[in-house]
Design a binder for this molecule. Structure first.
Ligand SMILES: [Zn+2]
Length: 383
């Protein structure tokens, strides 16, 4: 945060910190809307829950899982029987966390800080709160334990997060929460998402290859094409991002939207759709296997023997999971040759072949359709 304050030429103060946090929170909220992620019921902020964290640290202390030094209150991992169970860590192999320098005050190298006292190198820490251990600020892990217990209870079903949090952050969250509540397991299912990577190198600010959602929109992509791309890989597998794969996702999404238009206007086919609904449900119930669910979607929309109205209804129902905004699509019948031209024009446009794109646009117009490049991708309208 302090680096960011310097980058944005703001003064180093608590007020600027909060302004900066609010600015990026708003950007993030905007992006969530653009990719159709439903809002949470509660957006809790760590800085507004320091009292809850202090209460939890007090409980951990009462139950004998912590000790205090001149500079910190530590969690004593040797007191917590199952420490490291999530990551299957072996206690004797544990190294001290790399994020905080090895501290001579620690009893075990893996012990972690619950509360930093505002002394020594932390004396001038920007944000400080009063606590039973003096002025200071909470450790890196306690906020998640305190806030989740407050809003979800001492035990709940699902905790998500990035794969990098397994060995330290989530391991420490479990130790804190289960030692303070005395209830185990705190969480029934951990769902850890793998990372998005680039084909040749990792995405990083220093390499200058970071894409923001707005950069993709500027390149002419629909934000929901990025969502479609994500649905195409399982959350536990690394997703390799390329602009070519995003273009493929954009085309597939456009095709799916046109299928919606087509299906909503027809009533053909005899067979019932049930098999596909079962396939879709089985896929999402199998640890959210979205690639398989998408495969079921495509097999269904292409299966001409199944009644088109039933296929349409099932697709709209599936979209409650897919979140591709399929029920927003207005009706219009588009002939196949025009559809093909539209795909060619999308290809030309995304590759910045503007002359080709314009020429194809004219051809489409000759056939009686104009292209409207809306936020939801190109939509054809009658001339
Ligand atoms: Zn957390």
């Amino acid at each position: 945060m302090i680096k960011a304050l310097k980058r944005e030429k703001l003064d180093i103060s608590e007020e600027s910190l909060l302004t900066l946090a609010k600015k990026y929170e708003a950007v993030w909220q905007d992006d969530m809307v653009k990719i159709n992620i439903l809002p949470a019921e509660v957006y809790c902020k760590a800085t507004e829950h320091v009292d809850d964290m202090i209460e939890m640290i007090k409980k951990i202390k009462e139950k004998g899982f912590s000790y205090e030094s001149d500079s910190c209150v530590y969690f004593d991992i040797s007191k917590f029987k199952d420490y490291g169970k999530l990551a299957r860590l072996k206690l004797e192999n544990l190294e001290a966390g790399a994020r905080v320098e090895v501290d001579k005050e620690k009893k075990n190298p893996g012990d972690f800080v619950l509360w930093f006292k505002a002394v020594g190198k932390h004396e001038k820490h920007i944000m400080q709160w009063d606590s039973p251990w003096g002025e200071g600020f909470p450790g890196w892990h306690i906020e998640c334990s305190a806030m989740s217990v407050k809003y979800l209870g001492e035990q709940f079903d699902i905790h998500t997060g990035g794969i990098e949090h397994v060995p330290v952050h989530h391991t420490n969250e479990i130790a804190q929460t289960e030692s303070s509540s005395g209830k185990t397991p705190w969480v029934k299912y951990w769902m850890h998402g793998e990372h998005l990577t680039l084909a040749k190198e990792k995405m990083s600010k220093s390499l200058g290859n970071v894409f923001l959602l707005d950069d993709l929109i500027e390149k002419g992509f629909d934000p929901l094409a990025f969502r479609y791309l994500c649905l195409g890989s399982h959350y536990r597998k690394q997703m390799i991002f390329t602009l070519e794969s995003l273009e493929g996702a954009q085309n597939s999404l456009n095709k799916l939207r046109n299928k919606v238009l087509e299906l909503m206007q027809r009533d053909e086919g005899e067979r019932a759709v049930e098999d596909y609904i079962e396939r879709f449900q089985a896929a999402i119930n199998d640890d959210l296997n979205m690639p398989q669910a998408l495969a079921a979607v495509w097999d269904m929309v292409k299966d001409e023997e199944v009644n088109s109205k039933e296929r349409y209804d099932a697709l709209i129902e599936f979209d409650r999971v897919l979140g591709l905004g399929l029920d927003d699509i207005k009706s219009l019948e588009i002939p196949e040759d025009v559809q093909r031209l539209l795909e060619e024009r999308e290809h030309a446009r995304l590759n910045k072949h503007w002359n080709d794109a314009d020429a194809i646009r004219d051809k489409i117009k000759e056939k009686g359709y104009i292209i409207d490049d809306g936020a939801k991708g190109p939509v054809l309208k009658r001339v």
